[in-house]
Every structure is written in C-alpha cells, then in structure tokens.
Ligand binder design. Structure first.
Ligand SMILES: [Zn+2]
Length: 489
C-alpha cells in the first residue's frame, strides 16, 4: 500500500463522512484541544468503517486482469502510469497481491512473471519443441554429424539443437507476452491515485477488498514485514477468512524465487546445449568440454540458490520475532504533517485499533502470526516454493534437449535407438535431474550464509558446485547410458 492521507471531503453517498468533513473544515478556527478531539472522533469513525469489512459505497471494489499488472514489464510497479485505467468493478477478486514498495522492483516483477506466466510458457515451449522434433526427424532441418554421449545404437547421428533452442525462445516470448486474465487486486491500479476522495473511500473499503478476495498472494522481501499496511492486509485476510481458509488460500513466495528459477532454467539451457554440441568421439575430452559448459551454466544458478535460502532464513526469523511495533508507516516518519504542514491522521493508530478489535489485542495477533502462521508458512517459503512440479518446470531445457536426441535417432530411421533413448531420457528428466537439482538446493541451503569477502563467497559457491559433481556422476552412471550402452544397443 502506498503513501496517502485520509481525505474526507463530501461524498454523495456517505453521510457519516460528510459530518466528519464538516468538523474537519472547522479545525483551523478551533483550539488545539478541539482539534485533537476531532481527530479522535475521526479515528473512531475510520476504525468502525474499516473493521466491519464493508465497502464505503457500492461498486467500489475493483480488480485488474493479471496481464495489466505485468504490462510494460510491470510498469505499474515501477511508477509508470497506464494511459487508461485498466481496472474494472467486480463483486469478487481472485487474487489480492500484497507487496512492499520498498524492496527490489525488478526481482519482484520477474517473480510475478515466473509464477503467473511460467507454466504456460513451458507448455508453449513444449509445442515448439515437438514441432521442431517432427521437422528434424523428417529431415527438413539442417544437421551436423557427431558421436553422442548415449551410444544406444549407431556410433554417429545427425544432430541439431532445434527443439532446445526453439522451445527456449517460444517459452521466453510466452513468459513475456502471455495475457493471463485472472482478476487481481493491486493497490496502485485498483485505487484511484488522483482523486483524494475516491482514494479515501477505497482505503476505507480495504477490509471489504480482502474479504472479497479468494486468495492472498504475498510477494515477500525483507521489507514486507516492516511495512504496516502489508501486515494489516495479512491481519484483515486472516480475520475475514478464518484459519482453515487461510491455510489453503494464503500463498507466500519470496521475491528471489523468480531470479533463482530463471537462473536454474538458464543453467539447464547452457548445460543442455553443451551436451548436444560437444562431440564424444574422444570421450574424456568431450566430457571435459561438457563439464566446462555445465560449470558456466550451473555456477550462477547455485549462487542464486544460496541467496534465495539466505532470504528465506531472514523471512522466517522475521516471522518468529514478529512485532507490530517494528512495522513502519509513512505518516509516522513525517511527523503526521503533509507537505503543506497540515496535520494528518496516524495510520498506525487506526490499524492497531482495527487489529485489536479483530483479535482481542495486538499481542494476540502477534502471537497468532508467530505460532500458527510461522509454522504453516515455513514450508511454503522453502521447499514449497521449489516443489517437484516446479523443478520439472525450471529444468525443461534438459527435457527439450532430450527430444533433440530422440529426433536425431528418428532422422536416421533408428526407431529402436529412439525408443531406448526416450526411455532413458524420461528417467533422467523425471527422476535424476530433479534429484540432482534438489541435492544442489540442499547444499546451497547449507551454504546460504554469505561470506564477508567477495572472493571467499565465490569460493563457497564453487565448493557447492564441486560437491554436486560426484553426486551428478553417481546419478548418471546409475542409470543406463554410456556405461552399459552395449547391453542396450
Ligand atoms: Zn503515524
């Protein structure tokens, strides 16, 4: 939630706000004691309006299609105002997006793209991969002869990384351009930023926005828990939905998830490309060349995994020691004066009173966040963010390169070789690579704490990579492949 002041000018539909406004307009002519009393009265009025989860007037609930939030690479989140207001009135909102304006913008936008468009991007990538595999198998695309790693038939096959490269391009394009229509609440697009009265009415209705939202999606960075309005959104969602509903519909994802996922995806692409291009007629040399490609592809991925788990640890610490008083509000940092020197009301007071009304006391709300929520969310923040399905998704380039390997056999009319390669590669894709990836994440989690020096920190990442090499070798030699190719061919 952004900066604001409570503007209570006359509203044609709100009698109570009219009386509040008339008393406020008389402030300048009255004593400071009267002024203070009026602020108390206004505070009580605001608290009663917000805490009952009712909208200030009909048709104030607004949402935007997800694609409008992501338009212009998340322009709305980077302070770019859309030419026309993309929001629409609605009775229910599918996803309420809660985020802090004080964290990194680009990593947050990337995470939104990955979470919302990532699965569709991979689906379209697969369509591109299958199409190119069919074209390659029928001899319609250029190729180069090479000795493959998996010797499941002939010694040499015509190869081409067509599925891998096309699918990656299609997936990247879909990630950027897919227009997902899910209705979303994003403060800057669903609350009028120009009309102070409309803005105040929307803020008065923030409880109603949360009550009418089917799920709350938190894009969590280190600053989120320190922003009073973000914490308030969480409190309002818990109160208006009940514990069981909250467990099912509260989705918390660290904003580093996008960077980490993209770096794993990129690492898999580079490694797979090396695997498709390196000739294995001199096996040792081929393996060294492949290892260089794998190192270049994996190093940054491991580094970002370490940063991801370091951020998750900070988030869990923040949850475990959660105190409402640590959260900041813009009004308090400006001494409750606007740019014209006028007194503005304190958000903190209003929010604390609402929370006390809902949970009995601020302390009870804090205890609820520390115990119930912290336990439920610890898995979401760590392994839940990287579920098996998500790992399959971010390691897609490996599967697409496997399709190229099958297409190579098919183009040489080696159907049995293609069937064996497909079976082996399916096992790799569904079991070996997600397991290697999970092992790498486990090591990265263990080595998450950053070192003080740059070189020392890079060495720590290098150490994680080095430890992943033997486990990768174990996995790849356990499976049928080069080692027992004679048996299969
Ligand atoms: Zn304040």
């Amino acid at each position: 939630m952004g900066r604001h002041t409570w503007d209570l000018r006359p509203s044609p539909t709100s009698q109570s706000l009219q009386s509040a406004q008339s008393s406020r307009s008389a402030q300048s002519a009255q004593s400071s004691a009267q002024e203070a009393q009026q602020i108390v009265n206004l505070t009580e009025l605001l608290v009663s309006r917000i805490s009952d989860f009712e909208a200030a007037r009909p048709n104030i609930l607004r949402a935007v299609p997800c694609c409008e939030v992501l338009r212009s690479l998340g322009g709305a989140l980077r302070g770019i105002r859309p030419r026309r207001n993309p929001s629409f009135t609605t009775a229910t909102i599918m996803e309420f997006w809660s985020h802090s304006w004080h964290g990194g913008v680009w990593i947050k936008v990337l995470t939104m793209f990955m979470l919302k468009n990532g699965p569709m991007a991979v689906c379209f990538g697969w369509l591109g991969a299958l199409l190119m595999a069919a074209l390659f198998a029928t001899g319609m695309l250029p190729s180069y002869e090479r000795v493959p790693f998996l010797q499941t038939g002939a010694r040499m096959y015509p190869f081409g990384p067509w599925s891998l490269c096309t699918a990656t391009l299609v997936a990247t394009f879909t990630l950027r351009c897919w227009r997902r229509k899910t209705s979303v609440f994003l403060d800057v697009l669903c609350i009028d930023q120009d009309d102070a009265r409309l803005k105040t009415e929307a803020l008065l209705s923030i409880g109603a926005f949360l009550k009418k939202s089917q799920s709350l999606h938190v894009f969590w960075d280190e600053t989120w828990v320190r922003r009073l309005w973000c914490v308030f959104e969480l409190a309002a969602f818990i109160k208006s939905h009940g514990k069981e509903d909250v467990a099912a519909n509260l989705v918390i994802r660290p904003t580093l998830l996008g960077t980490c996922s993209v770096s794993i995806f990129g690492g898999c692409f580079v490694t797979s490309l090396a695997f498709l291009c390196v000739p294995f007629d001199d096996f040792e040399l081929g393996y060294v060349l492949f290892a260089v490609g794998a190192f270049l592809g994996s190093y940054y991925a491991i580094s970002s995994m370490r940063r991801f788990y370091a951020s998750v640890e900070i988030l869990l610490q923040q949850l475990a020691g959660f105190r409402l008083e640590q959260a900041l509000s813009h009004c308090c940092t400006t001494g409750h004066r606007n740019s014209d020197g006028e007194v503005v009301m304190c958000d903190r007071e209003i929010i604390q009173l609402c929370i006390s009304k809902w949970f009995g006391s601020v302390e009870q709300f804090e205890a609820s966040v520390r115990s119930d929520l912290s336990g439920a969310l610890s898995d979401q923040l760590g392994n839940g963010s990287f579920s098996y399905l998500w790992l399959i998704l971010v390691t897609s380039p490996i599967q697409w390169s496997h399709l190229d390997m099958v297409a190579a056999r098919l183009s040489a009319d080696d159907w049995s070789g293609a069937a064996v390669t497909a079976t082996i590669n399916l096992t790799y894709a569904c079991w070996a690579f997600p397991s290697i990836c999970r092992f790498a994440m486990l090591l990265a989690c263990r080595a998450r704490h950053p070192c003080s020096g740059f070189v020392a920190d890079q060495l720590k990442t290098l150490m994680v990579f080095s430890l992943c090499v033997p486990i990768s070798l174990v996995f790849t030699t356990l499976l049928p492949g080069r080692s027992n190719a004679d048996m299969l061919s």
